[in-house]
Design a protein around this ligand. Sequence first.
Ligand code: GDP
Ligand code: MG
Length: 212
Amino acid sequence: MSGSSLARYFDVAFVNLKKKEVQVKVVYYGPGRGGKTTNLEYIYNTFRSRIKTEMVTIKTHGDRTLFFDFLPFDLGTIQGYHIKIQLYTVPGQVKYNATRRLVLRGVDGIVFVADSMVMRRESNGHSLKNLQENLGTYKKDIFKIPLVLQYNKIDLGEQGIPLLSFEQLQKDLNAQLKVPSFQASALMGSNVTETMRKIISMTVASLRAELK
Ligand SMILES: Nc1nc2c(ncn2[C@@H]2O[C@H](COP(=O)(O)OP(=O)(O)O)[C@@H](O)[C@H]2O)c(=O)[nH]1
Ligand SMILES: [Mg+2]
């Protein structure tokens, strides 16, 4: 790897030359109670045999993420470097913006977990705007960073809870971004793995392009 490509690489992912490993940071972002922690819990439980480390989670009494949830695992190699995926969540509550911004530091890829409930429509929009602003403080562009949208809690439709349609969510959140999106139920586990696979493949592809 040449010096200049290495310097650029440092900007997007943490490289440990000695251990020959690259740490890829993926952050699950979105409004409070949208299902970010539930996504990571599902991934952790599903891939438990392959994830050698524990999931780190720091919660307040209200069962809400105080700082972040953290789930690391290995994913093969890239040009002889071991890829370590690190999944993080942020606390969604409005008052924790300083923490949210800190967790975004050095982010390589993002899953935005939106809440499909009609009553959460506004908080989805606010949170996406907040993401764009916070990325801006790191000179990162929401239109350039690998990003996947997840419209979560679709299982609630069966209980008669009013949900935003896929078309409406696309219009609200994805009209300009035009990124891959999934309807999901983090609670039931539907499309959770697909969402994760998509963001990892996009992020690793983007890092590969940086390496060239
Ligand atoms: N019905 C349903 N509830 C969900 C789903 N995902 C999360 N929840 C619930 O929503 C609440 C908040 O989820 P959590 O993962 O803590 O949200 P976070 O604040 O984004 O981390 C919890 O009670 C979850 O059980 C889902 O797909 N369907
Ligand atoms: Mg949480």
